[in-house]
Design a protein around this ligand. Structure first.
Ligand SMILES: N[C@@H](CCC(=O)N[C@@H](CS)C(=O)NCC(=O)O)C(=O)O
Length: 360
């Protein structure tokens, strides 16, 4: 009997940060897939969490968390690869994923909710997406609260915009001569950065204009990542090298994001010193982490999950041979990522099913 193959289903939305990250990974892998508008009640039932996106596999497994989804795709469908094998390229991928997921959510919430025109357009989009203005406004009200929780306040607006302009300018210079972050082949780094840059900066009204006026190479990169034809892929940079334009990108990211991320991790660890019980569920938020962005105070909700994301960077980095780690350190010297790479967390978290727990 010929069973008809079933597709992978990406349950997400066009507006969704983490859906944009997973979407390009699935397209790059040339999978038989469909996108489905997320049904939160179904997601809640199957994962116990109200997070978008999830992926259901052809055999109806449920995968949740964009990072784990991409890990699993890579394990099941290693070709074409998203994860380079060389130490520097691997470290850069995980740093850019960390930057995107855990820091760039702040500029992303700023571009979405930080101007009246972006906010009112997003409310209209949410209304269209949910089927009624009332439901759209309810979802939007929750996101406005989330905006403040990630530090995207009006007071922090100028500093966030300075970061955004510097980041877009460095990315534009890089994409003038390279199709993707690591050369002419897509990688996990591109998937990660798609979250803020595609789902937010490119689809939010005010920042879309900014991209059109100042960052055309970034728009080209968004197009390339979303239509990553197998025949259009070239090679990653050779011999684990990187050009100056990527060092610049990493420098803007590291100088601004590393102190903010470390403040979060320190807040989580201080809380965990007193409160974490091995095997117990890690709360989503433990309080506020105070830091500064370009001289402006930034106050963000500190999430235990950020520690899990940092482990994704530090575990493989610590596993490198000394000579390999020295090579990575020398390539990243001066980018601002050094204090984060030098940090030794006192606590560990792990996943049990869809839950995050403190390790034994
Ligand atoms: N770490 C998760 C985060 C997912 C996430 O935060 N998704 C957003 C939409 S893009 C969401 O569902 N937010 C709802 C909430 O924060 O309660 C992942 O990587 O998939």
């Amino acid at each position: 009997m010929n069973a008809t193959p079933r597709p992978y289903l990406l349950h997400g939305f066009e507006v969704s940060f983490f859906s944009a990250k997973v979407r390009v990974a699935m397209r790059y892998k040339q999978l038989f897939m469909e996108e489905k508008r997320a049904d939160i009640r179904m997601i809640l039932k199957r994962t116990g969490l109200a997070f978008i996106p999830i992926v259901t596999t052809p055999d109806d497994e449920v995968w949740q968390d964009s990072s784990e989804i991409i890990d699993r795709l890579e394990a099941r469908h290693p070709n074409p690869p998203l994860y380079p094998e060389t130490p520097l390229h691997r470290t850069i991928c995980s740093l850019i994923e960390l930057y995107s997921d855990e820091f760039a959510i702040t500029p992303a919430m700023h571009t979405r909710w930080g101007t009246e025109e972006s906010e009112s357009m997003t409310r209209a989009r949410f209304g269209a997406m949910t089927g009624s203005a009332e439901a759209g406004n309810k979802a939007a009200d929750a996101m406005v609260k989330a905006r403040f929780a990630v530090g995207a306040t009006p007071e922090a607006g100028p500093a966030i915009e300075e970061h955004l302009h510097a980041c877009l300018s460095a990315l534009s210079a890089h994409f003038e001569s390279n199709d993707y972050l690591l050369g002419n082949r897509m990688s996990l780094a591109d998937c990660g950065l798609m979250g803020p840059v595609h789902a937010h900066y490119w689809t939010d009204l005010t920042s879309r204009r900014l991209l059109l006026e100042t960052a055309l190479p970034v728009i080209r990169w968004i197009e390339f990542c979303n239509a990553p034809g197998a025949d259009d892929q070239g090679e990653w940079f050779r011999a684990d090298g990187i050009p100056d334009s990527l060092v610049e990108v990493l420098g803007v990211m590291g100088a601004d994001a590393a102190p903010v991320l470390l403040a979060t991790i320190r807040a989580v660890e201080e809380w965990a010193d007193e409160n974490a019980k091995p095997g117990a569920e890690a709360p989503r938020v433990i309080g506020l982490a105070e830091s500064r962005l370009r001289g402006t105070r930034l106050s963000r909700a500190a999430q235990c999950y950020s520690l899990w994301m940092l482990q994704r960077v530090l575990d493989p980095y610590r596993d490198l041979l000394d000579v390999e780690r020295a090579r990575v350190d020398s390539a990243l010297a001066g980018t601002g990522w050094e204090p984060l790479l030098a940090y030794h967390p006192r606590h560990r978290v792990e996943k049990r099913g869809f839950q995050l727990i403190f390790s034994d």
